[in-house]
Every structure is written in structure tokens, then in C-alpha cells.
Design a protein around this ligand. Structure first.
Ligand code: BTN
Length: 324
């Protein structure tokens, strides 16, 4: 369906109502057909006001990522060398995984304006409304053994935190392992899914969700206490192209440095950005619940928890609760 003629009528009369009669005559279609076209455009992110007497008024057009501009910012880079952009997808993770299976090179990036089935960690969903955030997945082919995968998650969180702090100057910190928080509320999520063979990683799909310009009305009620966006926290809208390009550059640098020099540097950076250290918490681990104080990362990337009796235990995977 070509919506251009209809959109042109609104473009000719910015901010004004265009009556059903005028549209009907200009396009040679019935009122019902117009209504159907308007509904389709609304589903694609256009916003209209409808009046029985006056007709329709175009309020806003959907935001679209400027992919060419983004690509030009990333010309010299491996991360984001090829960008595949989509209007609406189930989850960018699925697209990147299929591409990785077909041999897509490291740094191939899948971005969508909207995900209708965005995935979070622990089987949760991920709110990904159209045009408001960065919903993207990238193919990585790291030359490290499979048990190093958690280190890549921590590395990604460090890169994202450093970049977002630099771009926005907001007080962002990392909650173990990889949630970025502002005033205790989550603004981004990282989901790494990997495929391995003979103890080596064949590829990793790194999914990044950054809640850039979401408004409170974009979140379900129950999430408002736990989630925020750069826009809600700062009161300003942010340019997604800048957010993405700055992050990809930071991430690429750290990623290759890590493969050359090891995990030591990432530990130092992560600990400096962490908001989890030194505060007693409850942890839900696959082995059961425990309480203790996170005091740092160990050389593998597990979190070191000091228990009430003073002993220290490394925890690889857990859900970390609020500070006690
Ligand atoms: C988390 O639970 O914190 C991880 C959220 C990861 C969300 C991103 S958005 C892009 C990519 N596609 C998905 O379906 N999930 C990840």
C-alpha cells in the first residue's frame, strides 16, 4: 500500500485538519478506505487526531534512526561496520543469531525501531516501544573459551556505562552483573546468548537495550518503580545515533584490549563503576538464597560475597536483590 499521496495531503497543511471529503476527492477513495489507511499509519507510529466534523489532523510522524548518518560515524570501526535496520521485529536477537549461523562477520549489527517480543534476562520480556530506544543485537566472535562468556557481559556493561556517562553526564552506575541504574532505576539491559563448540565460543549474540527517550506512559505501571529512561532522568531527549556510535566505539576498544591483555583492566573499571559493592544484599542463587556483602569481582568475573562469618564466597550466577 502506498501511503505517500495521503501523507502528502497532510504535509501540504501542517498542523491543520484535512476533511474526509477533501481526502476522498483527492485520492478517489471512500471514507472507509481513508479510515483504514489512517489506522494502518497509526499502527506504524503516526499519530492523528480525528474529528467527526473536521476530519483528520496529523500530530506526529514516527521517529526513524538515521542509519546512513550512524554508518558514517562508524566508518573506521569493526563494530557496526554493517548495520541492518528494521522497522519492527520480534527480537533483534533472533535476526543476529540467524545471521551468525550463516557466517555473518563480527560486528554485524541488527537494530529495530520496535520489538514486539523483546527478551530480557531470566526469561523476562523487554519493553521496546517504537522509535524511543536503542534495541540492537550484534554478532561477536571472540577467541576465548566458553567459560569466559560472563567476562564479556561485564565488559559490555563497563563500555555502556562509560559511554552513557560521557554522553549524558548522568550519574549512572552498574548493578551486578550488568544492569545500568540511575538512582536505583534501570535504564538499560544486556543479554548475551552464545553458541559453543568444543569448549570454544562459536559466536556470541550481544543484545543491548537502552531506554533512551521513553516517557512514563511507555512503561507498564508495575515497571515504573524499577525502570527509567535517559529522557525521564534528565528531562531532555537524546539523539540515538550519538548514543549508539559512542557506545560501539568504546565497546570495540575495550573488547580488543581485553582479548590482548586479559580481564584485569575490566575488573578495575567495573569495580569503579559499581553501585553494588559494600552494601549488604540478599542473593537468589541456583543453590539457594544467601545474604552477604559484595566486595569485588574475582579473576573469572564471579562476584565475591563476604558472609556474616567473615568468609568469602564467589557467586557466578544469581539474582541480586535491593540493599538490605
Ligand atoms: C535484561 O533483562 O536486562 C536484558 C535486556 C536485553 C534487551 C535487549 S533489546 C535488544 C535485544 N533484543 C532482545 O530481545 N533483547 C535484547
Amino acid at each position: 500500500m502506498n501511503y505517500e499521496p495521503l501523507l502528502q495531503l497532510f504535509a501540504d497543511k501542517p498542523g491543520e485538519y484535512v476533511s474526509g471529503e477533501v481526502i476522498s476527492q483527492a485520492l478517489g477513495v471512500s471514507r472507509t478506505a481513508i479510515w483504514k489507511q489512517i489506522r494502518k499509519l497509526e499502527a506504524a507510529g503516526y499519530q492523528f487526531e480525528a474529528s467527526r466534523k473536521l476530519g483528520y489532523r496529523l500530530l506526529s510522524i514516527p521517529e526513524k534512526l538515521a542509519v546512513e548518518e550512524l554508518s558514517s560515524m562508524l566508518q573506521e570501526n569493526i563494530f557496526g561496520k554493517t548495520v541492518h535496520w528494521f522497522e519492527s521485529v520480534e527480537s533483534t536477537q533472533n535476526l543476529a543469531r540467524a545471521a551468525a549461523e550463516e557466517g555473518a562477520p563480527e560486528g554485524t549489527l541488527y537494530i529495530a525501531e520496535q520489538q514486539v517480543n523483546g527478551r530480557g534476562r531470566m526469561g523476562r520480556g523487554w519493553v521496546s516501544p517504537r522509535g524511543k530506544g536503542v534495541w540492537m543485537s550484534m554478532v561477536l566472535r571472540p577467541s576465548v573459551p566458553i567459560h569466559f562468556a560472563p567476562q564479556l557481559t561485564l565488559l559490555t556493561a563497563v563500555a555502556l556505562c562509560r559511554s552513557l556517562k560521557r554522553v549524558t553526564s548522568l550519574p549512572i552506575g552498574i548493578k551486578w552483573p550488568n544492569d545500568l541504574l540511575i538512582d536505583g532505576k534501570k535504564i538499560s539491559g544486556i543479554l548475551l546468548e552464545s553458541a559453543a563448540e568444543d569448549e570454544r565460543l562459536r559466536y556470541v549474540i550481544a543484545g543491548i537495550g537502552i531506554s533512551v527517550n521513553l516517557e512514563e506512559s511507555d512503561y507498564p505501571e508495575e515497571l515504573l518503580e524499577k525502570a527509567t529512561s535517559l529522557r525521564i532522568s534528565s528531562g531532555t531527549k537524546w539523539t540515538r545515533e550519538t548514543v549508539i556510535a559512542d557506545f560501539l566505539k568504546e565497546w570495540e576498544q575495550l573488547y580488543f584490549l581485553y582479548q590482548e591483555q586479559g580481564f584485569g583492566l575490566i575488573i578495575t573499571l567495573w569495580e569503579a563503576l559499581s553501585v553494588s559493592l559494600g552494601k549488604p544484599v540478599r542473593l537468589v542463587t541456583p543453590q539457594g538464597d544467601m545474604a552477604g556483602t559484595p566486595i569485588g569481582l574475582d579473576a573469572s568475573g564471579a562476584i565475591r560475597i563476604q558472609l556474616a562469618d567473615g568468609s568469602i564466597q564467589s557467586v557466578f550466577s544469581a539474582e541480586m536483590g535491593e540493599p538490605l
